[in-house]
Design a protein around this ligand. Structure first.
Ligand code: NAD
Length: 261
């Protein structure tokens, strides 16, 4: 085999199938294995590479590879454990991880290179850098709110990207997001507090991902909007992250911010 070997966890899913297809046709990459649940094996037969219902079975024969995981949180953590045991670099795009699970990733990153990012697009990661500057420049008189829209089958809400962006806003004001986040307003709720960041979720159709951030101040509103036109840019970002991660040292949990730096 030539080039960087890629193994995709969740290869029958929306993101996994895109990533596997792109890896197979990208110069300098080989699709070395695809993994999904036993009942999804029928969807893995067309890739022309080893397919299995567990990552362990693929890594057992030891292809030197980077694993890419787009599954569900508990599975992603298990993927990271297997990768840590086999010293295999792993890129995780799965969202909905709780604080404990993120802490677990940070620990596993001591053993093998691990990159986790709730959004692999260049646009959102550049936004992450710009938003704190905007929040600081506009100042505390501007209320900050965020609306995200995703397809009807998305499992977690608010989206991992929305939480990542909201965290950047909270940090810019020296707040803890956990103290400031409001994700539901219903009934007679009274006036908005100063220390609040609304993070609201809409679901429908096949929307790949829209995030709108509002800064609402005296007599004006500034709106920043990112719209993913397709899932391909996330898939390309995941492959870019895999290429970046190959050959890195373990020691700390990497993110897409490191890749675009
Ligand atoms: P999906 O439901 O279409 O795909 C998930 C796949 O994981 C399914 O094929 C499922 O069978 C598989 N899976 C579940 N359990 C498994 C197991 N034990 N072993 C192997 N495979 C297993 O979901 P999706 O839309 O592809 O999204 C997947 C994740 O990626 C979600 O958390 C989503 O929020 C996230 N996501 C991240 C980004 C990003 O840029 N980081 C972009 C889009 C989606």
């Amino acid at each position: 085999m030539n080039g960087l070997n890629i193994v995709v966890m969740g290869a029958a899913g929306r993101m996994g199938s895109l990533i596997a297809g792109l890896a197979a046709e990208t110069d300098g990459m080989e699709l070395a294995g695809v993994v999904d649940r036993a009942e999804m094996q029928g969807k893995l037969s067309g890739y022309g590479c080893p397919a299995a219902d567990s990552l362990g079975k693929i890594l057992k024969n030891g292809p030197h590879c980077v694993v890419i995981d787009f599954t569900v949180p508990a599975v992603a953590i298990n993927t990271a454990h297997i990768c840590a045991e086999t010293r295999t670099p792993v890129v995780i795009g799965t969202t909905g991880l709780d604080e404990k699970q993120k802490g677990e990733l940070a620990l596993l990153a001591q053993k093998t290179p691990v990159l986790w990012s709730a959004n692999m697009s260049v646009g959102v990661n550049v936004l992450m850098r710009i938003l704190p500057r905007l929040a600081q420049a506009l100042g505390p008189a501007y209320d900050m709110e965020l609306v995200e829209i995703h397809h009807r089958n998305k499992k977690d809400a608010p989206s991992g990207t929305a939480l990542m962006l909201a965290e950047a806003l909270a940090n810019a004001r020296n707040w803890r997001l956990a103290d400031a986040r409001v994700s539901c307003r219903d009934g007679v709720i009274g006036a908005r507090k100063d220390k609040e960041i609304g993070v609201m979720a809409l679901r429908g159709g096949d929307v790949a991902g829209i995030h709108s951030i509002y800064f609402m101040g005296p007599g004006e509103t500034v709106e920043i909007r990112h719209q993913a036109e397709s899932r391909e840019n996330f898939a390309m970002g995941a492959l870019r992250a895999a290429r970046w991660l190959a050959g890195r040292e373990s020691g700390r949990l990497y993110s897409m911010q490191d890749v675009i730096a």
